[in-house]
Design a protein around this ligand. Structure first.
Ligand code: IPM
Ligand code: MN
Length: 351
């Protein structure tokens, strides 16, 4: 029987509640499809930090590197200054585990949950491949004359040919496996004339040389947000830098029905990858059993797909679709018509 070791970081706020439901579903699917999942739990997050002052010990990073995959709930605590946990846990893991891809599928399962008029599931089905290790996220830059009237703050976008190219290649591969085989580079070549010049050249060179079967397209980031709302059906796979990817995938999450359903993967194809619901820790709903666990369940689905359990992953998606289409009243926390536990039970009961 196949065996998979999974590190679990429930994290803060509603993280542990949604992860509990994701694990419930994963266990049922594993039994059904005859493989075994071994979960090892870690308590990193705001609560541990407030108690011990420790964000993420170096030894933990080394330990996590031994797992093929991590399932993450959410990071972010209202009593901890913004940035400490996000940088100290989430971004640190993304960087040190070299998860250079942030993969975010945007797929509408039921038109009732789309805020756009006349858009149905056939109109919203694309994938954003976000570069996850570079750009404005590297922490390059600094202050000069801090705290004085002459203060200067510089935050630099780092784009290496190697980092950009590996991201582009990953995106081309994703596009190649899809029906429409269309890859859109989302950038800002009219203003960011260094960074996106590199991106655009690499995009065309790599595409021309190794991915002639994939159609190439370009959209400025501002126009991309416009098309997300006006013509989301134009997109198949989008590749973009870290910051733009962060921004457009929140909009993507909204048009697919909201944070209750949006999942993502931080991927290192040769190392440790980490899957998460992208909605955050939602502290005001923590402990109330009202948060939507579907995003975490979908993160579990992405995880299984990633490790090669594609049939089991498809089964989870089908179950989620049934629950979304047939049962649930809303995808928003507190408005589902069911509790967190009940939604998890409904999905788990579909197999
Ligand atoms: C995300 C989040 C993170 C990011 C934050 C929490 C640092 O918004 O995963 O999109 O900016 O990448
Ligand atoms: Mn974000």
């Amino acid at each position: 029987m196949k065996n998979y070791d999974i590190a679990v970081i429930g994290g803060d706020g509603t993280g542990p509640e949604v992860i509990r439901e994701a694990i419930k579903v994963l266990e049922v699917v594993a039994a059904k499809h005859k493989f075994k999942l071994n979960f090892t739990h870690y308590d990193f997050g705001g609560t541990r930090y407030l108690q011990t002052g420790e964000v993420l010990p170096d030894s933990a990073v080394e330990e996590l590197k031994k797992f093929p995959v991590i399932l993450l709930g959410a990071i972010g605590h209202p009593e901890v200054k913004p940035g400490i946990l996000e940088k100290g846990i989430l971004l640190r893991l993304r960087f040190e585990l070299e998860q250079f891809i942030n993969l975010r599928p945007v797929k509408l399962y039921d038109e009732r949950f789309c805020p756009l008029k006349d858009k149905r599931p056939e109109h919203i089905d694309f994938v954003v491949v976000r570069e996850n290790n570079e750009g404005l996220y590297t922490g390059s830059g600094g202050f000069v004359f801090k705290g004085t009237p002459h203060e200067v703050a510089i935050q630099e976008s780092v784009n290496t040919r190697r980092g950009v190219e590996r991201c582009l290649r990953y995106a081309f591969e994703v596009a190649r496996k899809r029906k429409n085989k269309r890859l859109t580079l989302c950038g800002k070549t009219n203003v960011l004339t260094y960074a996106f010049d590199l991106w655009e050249r690499a995009f065309n060179e790599v595409g021309e040389k190794d991915y002639k079967d994939v159609k190439r397209d370009y959209a400025h980031v501002d126009a991309t947000t416009m098309w997300f709302v006006k013509n989301p059906e134009w997109f198949d796979v989008i590749v973009t830098d870290n910051m733009f990817g962060d921004i457009i995938t929140d909009l993507g999450a909204m048009i697919q029905g909201g944070m209750g359903i949006a999942a993502g993967g931080n991927i290192n194809p040769e190392g440790t990858s980490m899957f998460e619901p992208i909605g955050g820790s939602a502290p005001k709903y923590a402990g109330k059993n009202v948060i939507n666990p579907l995003a975490a369940i979908c993160a579990g689905q992405m995880l299984l797909d990633f490790v090669g359990e594609t049939k089991a992953a498809e089964a989870i998606e089908k179950a989620v679709i049934k629950v979304v289409r047939g049962k649930i009243e809303s995808l928003a926390a507190g408005k589902m018509g069911y509790s967190t536990t009940q939604v998890g039970d409904m999905v788990a009961g579909m197999f």
